[in-house]
Design a protein around this ligand. Structure first.
Ligand code: FES
Length: 149
């Protein structure tokens, strides 16, 4: 009974914080805590960047790409606004087969980012890892701009 109750509380907690942008900063600090993801499966992903070309990492389902990159010391992705959808320094390219459309606010930021590729560009802080992403490659663009200044 305790397990069911704690699972319900954890699921409700994660859902609430992932759907409310106003709590995004708070959620991000919590999302680094792997306790929330303990029961979720790991998904192998590849990150492609100038500094190391291609690197295999194990991501936890539900984590966002910015958190994963920061947890794996990938310094080419900055995340200046800490995932609050205000900077576009977390610009990434997804493979076309796993691309999902961004929300309007994200699209507005992407409009100001350099080297945007239609059908591939997203902001890493807004993309959460799913099972469909298994063995796909996330590419970090060679240029980015910061819309906060
Ligand atoms: Fe600023 Fe993603 S970290 S928009």
């Amino acid at each position: 009974m305790n397990n069911i109750l704690s699972k319900y509380i954890r699921t409700t907690f994660i859902t609430r914080f992932t759907t409310m942008n106003v709590f995004n900063t708070h959620y991000r600090s919590i999302s680094n805590c792997n306790i929330l993801y303990k029961e979720r499966s790991t998904i192998p992903l590849y990150i492609e960047a100038i500094e190391f070309e291609r690197k295999k990492i194990e991501a936890i389902e539900g984590q966002n790409i910015l958190d994963i990159c920061q947890a794996n010391d990938i310094i080419e992705i900055e995340g200046a606004c800490d995932g609050t959808l205000a900077c576009s320094t977390c610009h990434i390219y997804l493979e076309p087969n796993i691309f999902t459309s961004p929300c309007e606010d994200e699209e507005d930021l992407l409009d100001m980012a350099p080297k945007v590729i239609e059908g591939r560009s997203r902001l890493g802080c807004q993309v959460r890892v799913t099972k469909q992403m298994k063995n796909t490659t996330i590419t970090i663009p060679t240029e980015f701009s910061n819309q906060m200044y």
